[in-house]
Design a protein around this ligand. Structure first.
Ligand SMILES: [Zn+2]
Length: 222
């Protein structure tokens, strides 16, 4: 805790002081262009990863970056609806990550022994588990975890697109949907390319001279 208090002091006395005008501007309102949905894992920092400032990302985090299915009073749906319908974000990024504890628990139900709330929450990824059981039995545990992380991003995108607010925004072409996987150990981001049917390094497609747009930009066409 001491470290956090020291950090807060440093933020107020140094960082904030140098950017007073910027923070005063922020008090007038927010207009983020992107809703960033990711895992609660402490090793992910969406603003650091995308080099964005306060006010630029509307962030939704939970264990496993899940989007509960169907209409209901979930905090996730309320947050997404507010971002899409009130803030009118133009992009939604759903970002899974390597070494995800929630994905490991999905593969090994024993991991959630004594964690009934976690086990219940992971039901929102039941479809991911089914896909893995039916198609990826031949993979090594490590490969299966990667496949689970990627398949889960696709399953959650499907559940995201089914939410009424998101469905309407897609119909009206107000929002673009992107599926990402962040690799903690290398800093790389892989984006789902629906044409290739796989996750590809995001920056490879955006390199100077590339003839096609970055793969993540195409995911809303699937
Ligand atoms: Zn995670």
């Amino acid at each position: 805790m001491q470290k956090l208090i020291k950090g807060l002091h440093q933020f107020q006395s140094e960082y904030f002081q140098r950017r007073k005008d910027f923070f005063e501007q922020l008090a007038h309102g927010q207009k983020p262009e992107t809703l960033f949905i990711t895992c609660s894992d402490s090793r992910i920092n969406p603003n650091l990863l995308t080099q964005t400032a306060p006010g630029e990302l509307f962030i939704l985090r939970n264990a496993g970056n899940l989007v509960p299915e169907g209409p209901g009073a979930s905090g996730e749906e309320a947050t997404i609806e507010y971002a899409v319908s009130a803030l009118e974000v133009r992009n939604i990024i759903l970002c899974g990550h390597s070494h995800c504890g929630a994905m490991k628990a999905l593969l090994n139900p024993g991991d959630t022994e004594g964690l009934p709330a976690v086990r219940g929450w992971l039901q929102h990824a039941a479809k991911t588990r089914r896909i893995i059981e039916e198609n990826y039995g031949h993979l090594s545990p490590q490969e299966r975890l990667i496949a689970t992380t990627e398949e889960n991003v696709l399953v959650q995108l499907e559940q995201l697109r089914a939410l009424p607010s998101v469905a309407a925004a897609i119909r009206e072409r107000r929002v673009r949907i992107h599926g990402w996987v962040y690799k903690i150990e290398s800093g790389e981001v892989f984006a789902y390319d629906p044409e290739e049917g796989q996750f590809l390094p995001l920056l490879a497609g955006a390199a100077p001279g590339a003839s096609r747009p970055p793969p993540g930009a195409l995911v809303d066409t699937i």
